[in-house]
Design a protein around this ligand. Sequence first.
Ligand code: AMP
Length: 433
Amino acid sequence: MSFSSLSLMPSLVKQLNSLGYEQPTPIQQQAIPVVLSGKDVLAGAQTGTGKTAAFVLPIIQMLLQDLDDKATNAEVDNATNAEVNIVPSKEAPKKADNTQALILVPTRELAQQVHQSVEKYAGDSGINAVIVYGGVSIKAQADAIQAGADIIVATPGRLLDHLRNRVMSLANLKHLVFDEADRMLDMGFRDEIIEVLKRLPKERQTLLFSATLDERIFKFSKRLLYSPQVIETSDRNSTAAKIVERVYNLDINKKMPALCHLIKKENWQQALVFSRTKQGADKVVTQMKQAGVNAAAFHADLSQTMRETVLAQFKLGDIKALVATDVAARGLDINELNYVVNIELPFQNEDYIHRIGRTGRAGKEGQAITLLSVDDEPQLIKLEAFLDRRLPQQWLVGFEPDLTQVASVTRKTKKGALKKQALKKALAQSKRR
Ligand code: AMP
């Protein structure tokens, strides 16, 4: 299937060819015609599947067509006015009120990535996008908005600041996109989103993209979407294709030596390593550096400038391992990333899908490696139930778990669980009294 068979205009197809895109990905095949038809969309699509182009391309096309129509109408009006000698009286809308499309995203990194994509796909069409997120000067952003933005890519909190400050109005908005809506809810943006929605015209097209489609998203979407077309390109909650998952059973104190061994022995170019906590990420970085692997942390304690510097160094290949937390890593688009490592499993099962979706992007094969010690096992059981499949486990030669230790830890866990149960019972009894 070609891009032109999706009714994309020749100038956009040309732009995609110049980017080396040969054919649309499944989500693009399904979503582009529906978005172009003006319908609302509820789409389940993970990062790495080409979902950004699936909404950005049709939006750019609709904006260009709109501009074309306006130009034609203006020509007709001018001609008519000239004939009957009328001076146009109605002022054109202010630039800051002219935004036609708003793309809401959960994180700054995703905002940057989506903004870059808009610029990449828009090429020299004249459509421009302004990026809006927290942690940087509000004044510079306000100036950019007031200079005129066809498309705004924003995180909800900072967007709301600008709306409250009356830097702009979104009264003329035509298209609203929620990108990674599940993550927005995870991050507690519900109230901000509702506040933003109050300031938007009711008549608009709304598109909602989410890595996971579950009851929570369906419920949320009911408030936002009008008779949407539901699009799912793969099984619900399934991971993107072309990702090989490996789970190594080992002792907790062997995780770092095993990881450094794998990186060296298998000659990994780069890896994105996940830690549950910021402190954990810092610790992993220290240990990796001690083992001679150039690593850097990527989490919310880093300033925005620092995050950008680290990311740029990683993209250039100066850093071998980027050790990130789940929130910070969301939205990272790194080409050619072959390895994702879970130092421990994430707190939230959905994050496993998000994490490993960082590799195997747009059809490239990727490896997702989980280092599993006995204390991760309860989380693994929950994850496998969520994924509805087992993750194959194996031992890494030279790093086999100490089975005597395993037994003692299991006993300890059991003892701990019994203690907890006893405590719960005692508390319940004391409450009754
Ligand atoms: P996304 O899922 O939107 O984050 O896209 C993941 C990556 O795939 C990005 O680096 C895009 O530039 C790339 N991409 C998107 N669509 C295509 C396509 N049709 N062919 C090749 N690469 C693509």
